[in-house]
Design a protein around this ligand. Structure first.
Ligand code: NAD
Length: 377
C-alpha cells in the first residue's frame, strides 16, 4: 500500500483471537487500526465486553458486518480492509446453518457492496484450510488423489486411514493451494463462499484482493469455545487441572499448527507485498504434527507426563484424517517465514492458560509461591 500518511486498516472481527493480535502487529508497524466487531456473545461472553488485552490504540466500532450503515461508517477514511469477522467452527455449523451463512456469506456480501462505494487499496480475506476437506494424498506408485473422502462405514469400523477408490493404501502429502477444494461442513462452504465472492468482486471492480487460507492457529487469547485449535487451549487446560487429554480416533491425525504471531505477520505481509494481490496463500507452519505429538509435548512441558492421553477410538462425522500445508507460495510471494517453533508456541500457550486458571480460582499468579509454576521447557 502506498499512502503519504500512515495507512488506516479496518479489521472486521478485530476484537477476536486473531484480530486482536493483528491489531497489535499493525500498530507496531506504523499503521492506524480501526476495528469493526459486534462482540459476539459466543466469543466475548454475555456482557459483550471488549477484551482487556485489546490494544487500546485501536479505534473500535461496535457493529455488525451485516449492517450496511455500520460498515459504511467504519469504512470512512480507510485504506485497506482485513476481513476476519465470522462465526468459526465446523461442528456447530452443521446445525446452525442459517447463522453461519448469514454472518459469513451474507455478511461478506454486505461488506463487498459497501466497498463498491468505498474502494480500498487492499482487501485481505481470512479463509481456512477447512475448504480443502482432506489434504492431498498419493499412492505408492505416485498417483495423486486431490479429493479423497473417508467412508463413514469404514471409520465406524476403525479404519481411520483414507484409501484410494480402489482400496489402495495412500499417503498424505503437503497440501498446496492448487488442490481441489472439498468443503465438508457448512462453515467450510461459507469460507469458500467468502473467497469466491471477494475474488470475483475484487477482479470486477479493481480491488486488489488476497485470500489467506489459515491452518490451525493457536496462541494466547484463544477462546475456549473456538473449535479450531481451541483444541490446544482445551488440552492445556485439562492437563493443568489434572485431567488427561482426550484424543479422537487413534490420535495420529496430522495437522498444521501455526502460531498466532506468525499468522498476524502473514496478514501484514499480505498488505505490503506487491505480488499478493489476486493470490491465495496457505498460512501455516509447514510442519505436520499429530495430535499425539502435541499432547505429549504439552504434558512434558506441564510436568504431567503421568497423564497419558485417553484414546477415544471414535471418529466424529466430518472429521478429516490429515491436512498439512505446503507454504512455498507464501514464502516466495509474501516473504512469509514461520518464526515461532511449535515448542515455544506451546509453552507460551500453557503459560497463558495457567494464568487464566489461577485468575479464575481467584488466586492471582503474582502471589503464588515463587517457583510454583509447573511449566517446563
Ligand atoms: N483460529 C483459527 O485457527 C482459524 C483458522 C482458519 C481460519 N480462521 C478464520 O480467521 C478469522 C478469525 O478467527 P478467530 O479464530 O480470530 O475467531 P474469533 O471467533 O476469535 O473472532 C471472530 C470475531 O468476529 C466477530 N464477529 C462475529 N460475528 C460478527 C458480526 N456479525 N459482525 C461483526 N463481527 C462479528 C466476533 O465477535 C469475534 O470477535 C475467521 O474468519 C476464521 O474463519 C481462523
Amino acid at each position: 500500500m502506498h499512502t503519504d500518511t500512515s495507512p488506516t486498516v479496518l479489521i472486521t472481527g478485530g476484537a477476536g483471537f486473531i484480530g486482536s493480535h493483528l491489531a497489535t502487529e499493525l500498530l507496531q508497524h506504523g499503521y492506524q487500526v480501526r476495528i469493526l466487531d459486534n462482540l459476539m456473545p459466543q466469543v466475548h461472553g454475555s456482557e459483550r465486553r471488549l477484551p482487556d488485552h485489546l490494544d487500546r490504540r485501536a479505534e473500535v466500532v461496535v457493529g455488525d458486518i451485516r449492517d450496511p450503515h455500520q460498515i459504511k461508517e467504519a469504512l470512512d477514511g480507510v485504506d485497506a480492509v482485513v476481513h476476519l469477522a465470522a462465526v468459526v467452527g465446523d461442528r456447530s455449523s452443521m446445525y446452525q446453518i442459517e447463522k453461519y451463512m448469514s454472518v459469513n456469506t451474507a455478511g461478506t456480501a454486505v461488506l463487498l457492496e459497501a466497498l463498491l462505494d468505498h474502494p480500498v487499496e487492499r482487501l485481505i480475506v481470512a479463509s481456512s484450510s477447512a475448504v480443502y476437506g482432506e489434504g492431498l494424498y498419493c499412492s505408492y506408485n505416485g498417483t495423486v488423489y486431490p479429493k479423497i473422502r473417508r467412508s463413514p462405514e469404514e471409520t465406524a469400523r476403525g479404519g481411520w486411514e483414507p484409501r484410494s477408490p480402489d482400496g489402495e493404501v495412500i499417503y498424505p502429502l503437503p497440501t498446496p493451494e492448487t488442490k481441489e477444494v472439498s468443503p465438508l461442513s457448512v462453515y467450510a462452504l461459507s469460507k469458500y463462499d467468502q473467497e469466491e465472492m471477494c475474488r470475483l468482486i475484487g477482479e470486477s471492480y479493481g480491488i486488489p484482493t488476497t485470500i489467506l487460507r489459515l491452518f490451525s492457529v493457536y496462541g494466547p487469547h484463544q477462546g475456549y469455545a473456538n473449535p479450531y485449535s481451541g483444541v490446544l487451549t482445551e488440552y492445556a487446560s485439562r492437563l493443568l487441572q489434572g485431567f488427561p487429554i482426550r484424543l479422537f480416533e487413534d490420535g495420529y491425525q496430522q495437522r498444521d499448527f501455526v502460531s498466532v504471531y506468525d499468522a498476524a505477520r502473514a496478514f501484514r505481509l499480505a498488505l505490503e507485498s506487491p505480488g499478493a494481490a489476486g493470490g491465495t496463500f496457505n498460512i501455516a507452519s509447514g510442519r505436520p504434527c499429530t495430535f499425539r505429538t502435541v499432547a505429549d509435548l504439552l504434558a512434558t512441558m506441564a510436568g504431567r507426563q503421568e497423564l497419558a492421553p485417553e484414546i477415544l477410538g471414535v471418529s466424529r462425522i466430518g472429521d478429516i484424517r490429515h491436512c498439512f500445508a505446503d507454504i512455498s507460495r507464501a514464502r516466495e510471494v509474501l516473504g512469509y517465514e514461520p518464526e515461532v517453533p511449535l515448542e515455544a508456541g506451546l509453552l507460551d500457550l500453557l503459560t497463558w492458560v495457567e494464568a487464566g486458571i489461577a485468575e479464575r480460582r481467584k488466586v492471582p499468579a503474582a502471589i503464588r509461591a515463587p517457583g510454583s509454576s509447573r511449566l517446563r521447557v
